[in-house]
Each structure stands twice: as C-alpha cells, then as structure tokens.
Design a protein around this ligand. Structure first.
Ligand code: CP
Length: 334
C-alpha cells in the first residue's frame, strides 16, 4: 500500500493517539467476534481511534480505499449500520453501492447464492451483508471471492456493533478490563449480545447478563459471564449498562405478559440505574423501544452514550474496511 494514500499519512496522530497500523488483518472476512483474536480486536480498536479524527476534519475524506468497490447488501431493515457503513466507505473514498432486498430480484425468488454470484461477476472487493438467517454470512464467506463483513445475521452475531460498543467504553473509561458491564433485555434474540459477550469477556470485563428467564439463552455461563434475572443485581456497581431491544419481530410466542409488565420488572429507569456507579455509561445499540426496555429520561440523560455509539460506528467501520481491504498482507491470506 502506498503510504501517501493511507490514513496514517493523511491522519497525523495527535500526541498520545495510536498510530495507524502498517498492515491489515490477515483474513478475508469479518463474520464474527468468535473468530477474532484479542490482538485483532485491539488492532481494530486502535485503528478506529486514528480513523475517528478524519470525521472531525472540514473535508472528511482520505483516499485509502480509492479504486475499491464495496457493496452493501441488506436483506433486513437497518438505519445505523447501513448508513454508517456507507459513510465509512465514502470517507475512505471507496466506490460504494447499496442493494436492498425489497428492490432486488430476491423478491422474484432469486436465491442468496445466485444473487451474490451475480454481484460478484461485477468484481466488488467487499460485501457488507445483513441477513435474517443466522449463518448467512459464514455461507457467503465460503462461496465469495470478495471479503464478507457481517452487518448482522439473524440471532448469530453483529461484530461491528460489539466493536463500536467496546470502542465507546474504552474511549470513555480508558480501559475495558476489570469493568462491570451489565447487558439487560431480550438476550435470547440478540446478535448484539452474542458478539458483545465474546468481545467483552475476552477483553477482561466482568459481564453480567440479565433478562426474564423466558428470554435467557442457555449455556451463557460457559462464556464466563454472570447470569441473573435480578436487574438490581446486574446493575449494582456497574460501569456500563447496555440495554437490548425487545425483538418482537423474532418472537413467535408470548415471552412475557405485557410490555407494561416487562418495563415494570426489567425496564431501565433513573431509579434503577442509581445502583450503578455515578459515572455509569448508559448504552443501547438501537433502535430503542422507549418505555419498554429503557426510560426516555435515561436514554436522553447525561449518562447516555447512545449517540456516541452511533458516531463511533463510523470510525470502527472505517477501521474494519481499511484493515480488511488495505492491509499489506491481504494477498497472503489463503
Ligand atoms: N444497531 C443496529 O444494528 O441498528 P440498525 O438495525 O438500525 O442498523
């Protein structure tokens, strides 16, 4: 890679800011946190810290991915992820285009494999994929020449969300190791949970999971996280509280009596969050169900970093795009 065109040349690091890495991730795809090493996670977070400065410039653009083509292929609705990937791609000067399932030939019955093979015939470098089926991105990573970035697949993983959550915690607290992070809500249906538990436990956080027993996946104790159905226990002394959306669209049955009862027992309120540390971070990946899993006063209050998470999503996605497509060792990946 030409150093003149890399963000390291374009984004002169400030004092104390991490320098841009000389080489990328030694992999073609980012399908899940599960496959990343601690060193790779740290590399992405450090690269994102350098990328963030680009978004504060009057001209928010560097030529790092000039000549690369990125296709955003969204088979499920998205506001934050799709928009921030597109902004990240544009800030790195990639050629970018968006395909939504509703306006593609998927509605005429074309299979996922056929759709992607046809897109690949036009030589993209990276595919950013959101799909309702868990495992869709693993499948595509095996059949595609282009790199595949998972933008959320069913109930499996949402790796860039976990990376931006970790980035936000580290930016605010200066570290992740040793912090108590409570993740509360609809754990069963959450790909954000699955990515975050792996990332945060591996980075040394003390992770507490809380939700109704009907929305608690089995086996999460094995990750090293604590599991409880007491929201007070989960929040007690927490450094960060991450609320997860009730995913009504993925629920086939009744998991709790009513939304009002859910809020009364598991909703995060200013009163409940007072059990946490005074400098607690209130987090939510969005979209929020106000008055269901989180009280509006908290979501919009001084402890909320919910919009910081969104802003940091651009930097983290710039880092992932750069490291997957721009690394000097990219061609060496089998
Ligand atoms: N956090 C998140 O994935 O939001 P979107 O569904 O709007 O992309």
């Amino acid at each position: 890679m030409n150093p003149e065109t890399t963000p390291s040349a374009a984004a002169a690091p400030q004092a104390g800011e991490p320098r841009m890495p000389a080489s990328g991730l030694r992999r073609k795809d980012l399908v899940g946190i599960a496959e990343l090493t601690v060193e790779e996670i740290a590399l992405i977070l450090d690269t994102a810290a350098a990328m963030k400065e680009i978004s504060s410039r009057p001209i928010k653009k560097v030529p790092a991915l000039r000549g690369k083509t990125v296709v955003n292929l969204f088979f499920e609705a998205s506001t934050r992820t799709r928009t921030s990937f597109e902004i990240a791609e544009k800030r790195l000067s990639a050629d970018t285009l968006n395909i939504a399932a509703s306006t593609s030939s998927v509605v005429k019955g074309e299979t996922l494999a056929d759709t992607v093979h046809n897109i690949e015939a036009m030589s993209p470098d990276l595919l950013v994929v959101r799909h309702s089926s868990s495992g869709a991105c693993h499948f595509l990573s095996r059949i595609c020449r282009a790199g595949v970035i998972n933008a959320g697949d069913g109930m499996h993983e949402h790796p860039t969300q976990a990376l931006l959550d970790a980035f936000t915690i580290r930016e605010r607290k200066g570290r992740i190791a040793g912090l108590k992070v409570a993740i509360c809500g609809d754990l069963l249906h959450s790909r954000v949970l699955r990515s975050n538990v792996q990332l945060l436990t591996r980075m040394g956080a003390d992770v507490w999971l809380c939700g109704p027993p009907t929305l608690m996946p089995v086996g999460f104790e094995r990750t090293g996280a604590h599991v409880t159905s007491s929201i007070d226990e989960a929040v007690e002394g927490a450094d960060a509280v991450m609320m997860l959306r009730i995913q009504l669209e993925r629920m086939l049955g009744g998991y709790f009596p009513t939304l009002r009862e859910y809020f009364n027992v598991f909703g995060m309120t200013p009163a409940r969050v007072r059990r946490a540390r005074p400098d607690v971070l209130v987090m939510h990946p969005g979209p929020m169900n106000r008055g269901v899993e989180i009280d509006s006063e908290l979501a919009d209050g001084p402890s909320s970093v919910i919009l910081d998470q969104v802003a940091n999503g651009v930097a983290v996605r710039m880092a992932v795009l750069y490291l997957l497509s721009g690394g000097a060792d990219h061609e060496a990946v089998a």
